[in-house]
Design a protein around this ligand. Structure first.
Ligand code: BG6
Length: 479
């Protein structure tokens, strides 16, 4: 469905995110016919550049980062026509008059994408107001990291709230734009099959894994100041946890969904020090370690976290959530696995072994859902049991259009234009998430506290295995 005509100003328009994600996402939506021919995208950044220069920049980005750009070549030039550029200083007065001129008289929906560091959020919000560029219907989009602890997140919320209402602020967590993550809500709340079993009476435990095979690459400068806890756990994994654990919202609307997510975060119990493992990848014969990659011999920043979370509410008391994420692991594999309890009694006797149903929601790669069920092994050998997967890989079940899963940014940017905040984080949610992760991070910042090492290309540190083995359980294989 096409969205209404809009003016989208990208502050940080020449930055890495604009290049890798925002511009290619807009191009895909243009090719899909969702971006109106009247829509305008205005890049804004400090570099001196004219419209033609920005179009060339966008062309290169799209060709580099959009795998299908070649097949959509016919759309490329018309798309670029809708782009323009204003050289502007977010923290000074230069260029704002030009932006004013560019937007003057426009009746289109207006959105400002703050694709800049959080230290500039306050400057941008204030100048948008001073130069009369904001109006009650305009939106701002802010990227993570939204602060680095509770205090800084509160300060950011406060500074934005001076000029914008909560309904105008779109805090992006791109995991919420992933197709399978949204599917999690469909699976839970559009089927009668799962929800009656979705509680501690039937679920033994839940594992959420976001494993990456890549390292920090060129982002070492940012990453070394953040670490896996701030970069992944506090936002992406917490969001997955919320969608998995929340009560059914009364409606699929922004506040109903976000109220339920917030209740989950607030019900999280503090994490015991023995229930968290902080790891850093070390070099192998062939591959560089974290310290080599970021160019610091003594950094203690973590590239891996595993922890056991407990939700103190009626539904989940007694069912732990094991969460882990890390870089330079064996494979890029992300999933949520709901491990059900054993059948209460085995009529087949102890020889039949232990069998459990596991529902796996695969976020990437091979987006899909798999339900492990136990059946009789075919053959005359008696009642031998075997676990087999009922596998629904979306691209196989739904045909070729499902193979072409849109990037999360495509969905999220269009939601901004539509004015739908359901897949964006509310200020109180972000603060509650920091309130839960802050004590863990503070303990790590104590002098002498060091991460444990794990080999590049492994499944993570041995301590992470011990964390779950202690409870008589095991991690699912990263493959
Ligand atoms: C980003 C993190 O938010 O998410 C990166 O800053 C991480 O460190 C990335 O690599 C993972 O996203 P995806 O979509 O590739 O799983």
């Amino acid at each position: 469905i096409p969205v209404q005509p809009f003016d989208l100003v990208i502050f940080g328009g020449t930055g890495d995110l604009a290049r890798r994600k925002i511009l290619p996402a807009l191009f895909r939506r243009f090719c899909a016919g969702q971006m109106d021919a009247q829509a305008r995208v205005i890049g804004a950044a400090r570099a001196e550049m004219d419209d033609a220069g920005y179009r060339a920049f966008a062309r290169d980005a799209i060709i580099e980062f959009d795998v299908d750009a070649a097949s959509d070549a016919a759309h490329l030039e018309p798309f670029l026509e809708q782009l323009s550029y204003v050289a502007l200083d977010a923290a000074g007065e230069t260029g704002w008059d030009a932006l004013q001129d560019r937007l003057a008289g426009s009746e289109r929906i207006r959105a400002f994408y703050f694709s800049v560091g959080p230290s500039l959020f306050g400057d941008l919000a204030m100048r948008l107001h001073t130069y009369g560029l904001s109006n009650p219907d305009c939106r701002i989009v802010v990227e993570k990291p939204f602060g680095r602890d509770l205090d800084s997140a509160r300060a950011l919320n406060k500074v934005l709230a001076e000029h914008f209402t909560e309904a105008q602020i779109y805090r992006i967590d791109h995991y919420l734009g992933k197709e399978t993550v949204q599917n999690l809500m469909a699976i839970r709340f559009a089927n009668t099959l799962f929800e009656p079993l979705w509680n501690s009476q039937y679920v033994d435990h839940i594992q959420i894994t976001v494993a990456e095979s890549g390292g920090v690459g060129t982002r070492g400068g940012y990453y070394d100041k953040s670490g896996a806890m701030r970069d992944m756990m506090q936002n992406h994994i917490m969001q997955l946890l919320c969608l998995t654990a929340m009560e059914p919202p009364a409606k699929y609307d922004p506040d109903s969904v976000r109220d339920e997510k917030l209740k989950v975060i607030r019900a999280l119990e503090p994490v015991e020090p023995r229930d968290v493992v902080r790891g850093q990848y070390e070099a192998t014969d062939r591959l560089a370690g974290y310290r080599n990659e970021v160019g610091s011999r003594d950094t203690t920043t973590e590239s891996f976290v595993a922890l056991k979370a407990r939700i103190g509410n009626w539904r989940w008391a007694g069912t732990p959530f094991y969460l882990r994420t890390g870089k330079r692991l064996r494979a890029r594999a992300s999933e949520i696995a709901v491990v059900f309890k054993d059948a209460p009694h085995s009529i087949f006797g102890s020889d039949a072994g232990r069998h459990r149903n596991i529902l796996t929601i695969r976020l990437q790669p091979n987006e899909g859902i798999e339900m492990g069920v136990t059946i009789k092994e075919p053959g005359p050998g008696g009642m031998r049991l075997v676990d087999v997967p009922l596998d629904m890989t979306f691209s196989e079940a739904l045909g070729p259009q499902a193979a072409d899963i849109p990037d999360a940014y495509e969905r999220l940017i269009m939601d901004v234009i539509r004015g739908d905040q359901t897949l964006f984080m509310r200020g109180d949610e972000v603060e509650a998430a920091w309130a839960w992760t802050d004590p863990i991070i503070e303990a790590w910042e104590a002098p002498g506290s060091e991460p444990v090492l794990y080999a590049t290309g492994s499944s993570g540190p041995d301590d992470a295995l011990a964390l779950i083995h202690r409870d008589g359980r095991r991690w699912r294989e990263i493959k």
